[in-house]
Design a protein around this ligand. Structure first.
Ligand SMILES: Nc1ncnc2c1ncn2[C@@H]1O[C@H](COP(=O)(O)OP(=O)(O)OP(=O)(O)O)[C@@H](O)[C@H]1O
Length: 255
């Protein structure tokens, strides 16, 4: 079995009286693509925050390559190659789209010890792959929302992360833009098959198109996990989603 890159065991997170995560286990190995789904407020973003160091878990342990990273903040974890995106793009407002993506590539230099030429190549490749090349000279406020969302992912991809944590990259995108996002991430994976991915999304067909495995959270607890097509048919999972306007469909129905 491949060793875990990022391993969270019995992870718990409390905010005062709110128990946002309870004893959640999650392990990402090289090349594993795990979709993280669950109803609103089930703890998905909190889990990404805890894995990326935005929050420190109130219980449990997080290891990277076998070493505890519980005490490391988000910057130190990013320098290990644990890179995330945010649901609402966190682009630097005063930098162009290309300059924002260059920040990712510059981090990639620190992660991989690569050259200036490689940094530039990463910027160009990420802008192209995520459809942002034509908007490279624009400021975030000047480009369409879909471009901002794609640039957020492009900046993370430009790092060439070891572990990539994506928080609702498709939120607010049109159907066409969602298809472009799926295609871009698939193309990224063809070139970087060892990247470990944890993808949080409400668009279940998009998640199942990209992730062979799912972890379902409900009320902060792991409700189900396993092969995507089995999990979406699980009765408990369907019940957990009752009342939410979410379609649990099969991969073949995407597009
Ligand atoms: N900083 C915080 N302070 C207090 N409570 C929080 C904080 N962050 C999250 N929570 C609570 O933790 C629970 C899980 O929230 P979280 O945002 O992780 O859910 P989610 O599954 O990502 O939801 P959504 O799909 O709506 O984005 C919710 O009850 C939320 O109100």
């Amino acid at each position: 079995m491949t060793a875990d890159l990022l391993d969270g065991s019995a992870v718990g997170m409390r905010f005062g009286g709110v128990h946002a995560l309870r004893e959640v286990d999650v392990a990402l190995q090289p090349g594993r693509r795990l979709g993280l789904i669950g109803p609103n407020g089930s703890g998905k973003t909190t889990l990404l925050n805890v894995l990326s160091g935005v929050y420190r878990a109130t219980s449990g342990a997080i290891h990277f390559r076998g070493r505890s990273i519980d005490r490391l903040g988000p910057g130190a974890r990013a320098r290990l190659g644990i890179v995330r995106t945010f649901q609402h793009p966190q682009l630097a407002a005063s930098l162009t789209i290309a300059e924002n993506v260059r920040l990712g590539a510059a981090l990639g230099r620190r992660v991989h010890g690569s050259s200036a030429a490689e940094e530039t190549a990463r910027v160009d490749a990420a802008l192209e792959l995520f459809g942002c090349a034509a908007y490279g000279e624009g400021l975030p406020d000047e480009v369409p929302y879909g471009v901002r969302k794609m640039a957020e992912v492009a900046r993370a991809a430009a790092v060439e992360p070891v572990v990539l944590l994506l928080d609702e990259p498709a939120a607010g995108l049109s159907r066409e833009e969602r298809s472009e996002l799926i295609e871009a991430i698939e193309r990224y994976y063809r070139e970087h098959p060892q990247t470990a991915l944890c993808l949080v999304e409400h668009d279940v067909p998009l998640v199942t198109a990209l992730c062979p495995e799912l972890l379902v959270l409900a009320a902060g607890q792991a409700l189900a996990s396993g092969p995507a097509q089995e999990v979406v048919r699980d009765e408990q999972v369907r019940v957990a989603y009752l009342g939410e306007n979410v379609e649990l469909k099969d991969t073949e129905e995407v597009g």
